[in-house]
Design a protein. Structure first.
Length: 250
């Protein structure tokens, strides 16, 4: 009885350790791993094992956590005293999982739901890279004269199932430097295509455009899709992006 009482306080209780196949993934990729559960000093009944995909971000001066997705990995079972159980798992990252940035870490939180006890948890940081199609779009955009300099969270201007979207911001170079202040993308990746929202922030060149800038009317939006087949021809992808861009600058 005394050992059970201590276990309910987290002393001598079961422990959980999640081990991932790797630490870096792309949006939409399959995640494989194992959950290692080490029994404590007494038998304990575990109602379930849960796994949360979490992003930590800053908004309006406060730090917050948001659960991107959650996974239930087991039914009720008993872990014996000093027993070790290994539970393999596999799941697909949502395509709209945020890309890792310096100030917004992403991690998997694993926990054992144990009645009348402190639930043991484990945190494992993961690095999320852009979907392969997004990588190609960014490379093609840089090839026509831009440089990616920031990836931000936007909480108000755009809509998504999450309370935010990520905005990829690029500085113009060369011929575009005198025409634009910034180019920005919001991506919505899918398995074989990406929906793209492109925002063109033009520089004022006359009285009318100066008035537009003063009234925040100098930003133009265009939406289009890029399919998997289109990125196979890099020059054609460049031409498509440049065509959409020039229309917004005319």
């Amino acid at each position: 009885m005394f050992e059970k009482a201590l276990a309910s306080l987290g002393i001598g209780a079961a422990k959980v350790d999640t081990r991932l196949e790797k630490s870096t993934y792309r949006q939409g990729e399959q995640v494989l791993g194992e959950i290692h559960i080490q029994g404590g000093n007494t038998d304990q009944e575990i109602d379930e094992i849960y796994l949360y995909l979490v992003v930590q971000y800053h908004h309006e001066g406060t730090q917050a956590e948001y659960v991107i997705d959650e996974f239930r990995l087991s039914d009720r079972f008993v872990i014996g005293a000093h027993e070790t159980q290994i539970i393999p798992f596999q799941f697909q990252l949502p395509y709209d999982t945020p890309v890792s940035t310096g100030g917004s870490p992403i991690y998997l939180k694993t926990g054992l739901d144990i009645k009348k006890a402190i639930d043991p948890t484990d945190l494992d940081g993961v690095e999320i890279l852009p979907h392969p199609l997004i990588d190609q779009i960014l490379l093609a955009t840089e090839a026509i004269g831009f440089r990616l300099y920031q990836v931000d969270f936007d909480f108000e201007q755009f809509h998504s199932r999450n309370p935010f979207v990520q905005v990829f911001k690029l500085k113009p170079l060369g011929q575009y430097e005198r025409l634009m202040d910034q180019l920005a993308f919001v991506f919505q990746p899918h398995e074989k295509e990406v929906s793209v929202l492109m925002q063109v922030d033009r520089k004022p060149v006359d009285l009318m455009s100066s008035m537009e800038e003063a009234l925040d009317l100098d930003e133009r939006l265009v939406q289009f899709d890029i399919a998997e087949e289109e990125v196979k021809n890099f020059h054609r992808l460049q031409a498509k992006l440049e065509s959409f861009l020039k229309r917004q600058l005319d």
